[in-house]
Design a protein. Structure first.
Length: 402
């Protein structure tokens, strides 16, 4: 089997996902094209040699609808021979897109592919796509459906994480993200976003709140109490997990991921195509895996996917130098660290989505790039990126510097 190498990673900064956010005026098509243009220009790519572009997008409707990947290829002025496909594995879509692009190379069916993702949450809100899981009563009843916020609170309740535990993690995420930006740790991979007149709109992650303290978080009301108590989802969760007497609502806007806009792209290819184009490989895709997990608690999949990817690579938890786990909710990361016995100084060392936001379809590709940049900065070798996924799944990817 052919090895797949990462040659470059880029991402846009993340803009606040609401009207008035710096990227609200930018269409998702333009965000995706910005990432593709940056990959092309930074590497002086002959785009006719790119076999395919795979982009994750969680709400592929409206402006993000149809096959945004193929149209973004055209918008970015790639050669018309370059195909494109949009995929959706909920929050892991961006990482899954990189895995699919890598699989094309590893199987020998492509020489050079791009994986990534895009999400404009200010223009195409969450749940715009609908779907039977949440809306068909028969399906919801059969699967014990609850919204993700209830799942996060269920994890905290079941495994004993207090609100102080979650808030302390959130404050540290903010502190780490500020230190990373202050230290220019993201500068290598940021593609600023400009308007149609070439005026720069954003070159930094806009959502960050570095002034956050335990005291300021204490003033925030729990976000999912109404869903749980008035809409009845607490009862559904307790029915599925009867060992939990009641759900304690401990997540809020300050210890959950932020709603933002953004896009990312990762250039993946064989050793031979890199030599032909004069590109230096930065890392090798060592293994990747996705797995299903129990859908009501929903967000515990990252540990299972990580263990599966580690097994495929012939590695153990301690063989990994750095971890990136999307901070969908603070309890997700705390549980992951406990299950795999990972110290906090090895995971999300530059902060995460609690501080910088989670542009659904793009996040997986973003954190893979952040992971690679940090491995290089520290001169370390191996990293694992992973995300929890709606409907109970997890996706993980292991990379090794070359």
């Amino acid at each position: 089997m052919t090895d797949a190498y990462i040659y470059d990673t880029v991402r846009t900064p993340r803009g606040k996902g609401r009207k008035g956010g710096a990227l609200n005026e930018v269409t998702p098509m333009r965000l995706a094209a910005t990432a593709l243009e940056a990959i092309r220009d930074r590497n002086d790519l002959d785009t006719s040699l790119v076999d395919d572009v795979v982009l994750g997008c969680v709400e592929p409707v409206g402006e993000q609808g149809s096959d945004i990947a193929r149209v973004a290829v055209l918008e970015a002025d790639y050669d018309q021979s370059v195909s494109g496909v949009q995929i959706n594995r909920f929050c892991a879509s961006g990482l899954e897109a990189v895995n699919m692009a890598s699989a094309q190379v590893m199987s020998g069916q492509s020489d050079l592919s791009i994986g990534g993702g895009v999400e404009s949450m200010s223009r195409v809100p969450m749940m715009s796509g609908g779907g039977a899981w949440a809306t068909d009563p028969q399906v919801a009843f059969h699967t014990y459906f609850v919204p993700q916020g209830i799942s996060a609170d269920l994890i905290a309740t079941k495994y004993g994480y207090s609100r102080d535990d979650l808030d302390a993690y959130a404050v540290e995420s903010q502190n780490r993200a500020k230190a990373a930006w202050d230290g220019d740790r993201f500068a290598k991979s940021i593609a600023p976003v400009h308007d149609m007149n070439g005026i720069k709109l954003l070159d930094n992650d806009e959502y960050m709140r570095p002034e956050t303290t335990m005291q300021s978080l204490a003033s925030l009301d729990p976000a999912f109490t109404m869903q749980g108590e008035q809409f009845g989802f607490d009862a559904v969760a307790v029915q599925r997990y009867p060992e939990v007497e009641r759900i304690k609502h401990v997540h809020h806007a300050g210890n959950s991921s932020g709603i933002v806009d953004g896009a990312a792209a990762v250039l993946v290819g064989s050793k031979e195509i890199g030599e032909k184009l004069g590109l230096k490989p930065r890392a090798r895709i060592k293994s990747f895996a996705s797995t299903g997990s129990e859908p009501t608690i929903m967000l515990t999949g990252p540990s299972y996917a990580s263990e599966k990817a580690l097994k495929k690579a012939g590695m153990t938890v301690n063989d990994i130098d750095l971890y990136e786990l999307n901070e969908a909710f603070a309890a997700v990361v705390l549980r992951y660290m406990d299950v795999l016995d990972i110290d906090h100084d090895r995971i999300n060392v530059n902060g995460g989505a609690i501080a910088m936001g989670h542009p659904l379809g793009a996040t997986g590709a973003m954190i893979l790039g952040i992971l690679l940049d940090e491995l290089e900065r520290r001169d370390q070798q191996t990293g694992l990126a992973t995300l929890c996924v709606g409907a109970g799944m997890g996706t993980a990817t292991i990379i090794e510097r070359v």
